[in-house]
Design a protein around this ligand. Structure first.
Ligand code: ACO
Ligand SMILES: Cc1cn([C@H]2C[C@H](O)[C@@H](COP(=O)(O)OP(=O)(O)O[C@H]3O[C@H](C)[C@H](N)[C@H](O)[C@H]3O)O2)c(=O)[nH]c1=O
Length: 224
């Protein structure tokens, strides 16, 4: 199957990972994709809807390989009172959060052999730091027992109606983290909460569904 796509350079990732990478953007009016165009990059990513098997075949013929599956979920926030005992993370929490994030998100598309062994941990450490600073996700909420962080969830407002969970982690406290995310949305009058995770992350999928989320779509990540 011929693949029609535009190639968009991934500037933030290129600086962070010190690579020359791009991502495919699929639109009806996009030009035919050729191997020569792809050869200009050391890495090209593609995220495709799980049901588009013809596109999956077309990309594999162009040399793309399957890296990961992703599940996108959506939760209607509702008006019920979701009490939260989480605190807003501060600058003082950044070292501990970085450490936790670097160790926790072991299932990642920023993995070897596509990225360097330390890249994935470094990436999620930076992500959570940027959430505290409000430079990527807007805020990071933490659940603490004394000085110890038991869990955290980062939040981003997407538009007037929707928010997205960036990173969420805390073994055994997932329900409290989800309640806090819901409460964050309620405080801002945002009726829709989005969250995504890897297909293989069954603990996270179970948590999101038990907390009221529904699966909206699935996708494959492919790299060349
Ligand atoms: C938007 C995102 O960030 S997606 C990534 C989500 N975060 C993670 O994957 C980080 C690691 N996991 C966690 O922090 C938590 O397990 C959560 C938040 C996913 C779910 O939390 P909870 O709903 O409280 O469930 P809990 O942590 O008890 O896990 C449920 C079961 O899965 C197991 N489990 C959880 N993560 C893993 C894992 N990475 N590997 C193996 N088993 C696991 C737990 O041990 C537990 O087993 P048990 O019921 O036999 O005790
Ligand atoms: C920190 C930061 C990141 N970016 C850029 C870098 C990437 O292009 C995107 C984030 O990509 P995404 O597909 O969301 O990344 P992941 O696949 O790692 O994320 C999924 O899995 C996570 C574990 C988590 N569940 C997450 O919610 C999922 O989406 O953003 C940037 O531009 N600026 C930054 O500061």
């Amino acid at each position: 199957m011929p693949v029609h796509a535009r190639i968009e350079t991934l500037n933030w990732e290129n600086q962070f990972f010190a690579v020359n990478s791009a991502i495919l953007r699929f639109t009806d009016d996009a030009p035919l994709l050729t191997p020569e165009q792809l050869d200009a990059y050391s890495r090209v990513q593609a995220k495709i809807p799980g049901q588009q098997t013809a596109l999956l075949d077309g990309l594999q013929q162009l040399g793309f390989k399957l890296v990961e599956g992703e599940v996108d979920l959506v939760l209607t926030v509702g008006t019920q009172n979701a009490a939260s005992n989480l605190l807003l993370a501060t600058h003082a929490d950044i070292p501990a959060l970085r450490d936790l994030a670097a160790k926790t998100f072991t299932q990642s598309r920023f993995r070897t052999p596509w990225y360097q062994p330390a890249d994935s941990g470094r990436f999620y450490a930076q992500w959570i730091e940027n959430a505290v600073l409000g430079t990527f996700d807007h805020e990071c909420l933490v659940l603490k027992k004394g000085d110890l962080i038991q869990g955290f969830v980062s939040m981003r407002q997407l538009n007037d109606n929707e928010a997205r969970i960036g990173l969420l982690a805390g073994r055994g406290v997932g329900e409290q983290l989800m309640n806090a995310a819901r409460s964050w949305c309620q405080q801002r009058g945002l009726p829709t909460l989005r969250v995504a995770t890897q297909t293989s992350n069954t603990a996270a999928l179970r948590r999101y569904i038990q907390s009221g989320a529904n699966i909206e779509s699935t996708a494959f990540w492919l790299y060349r």
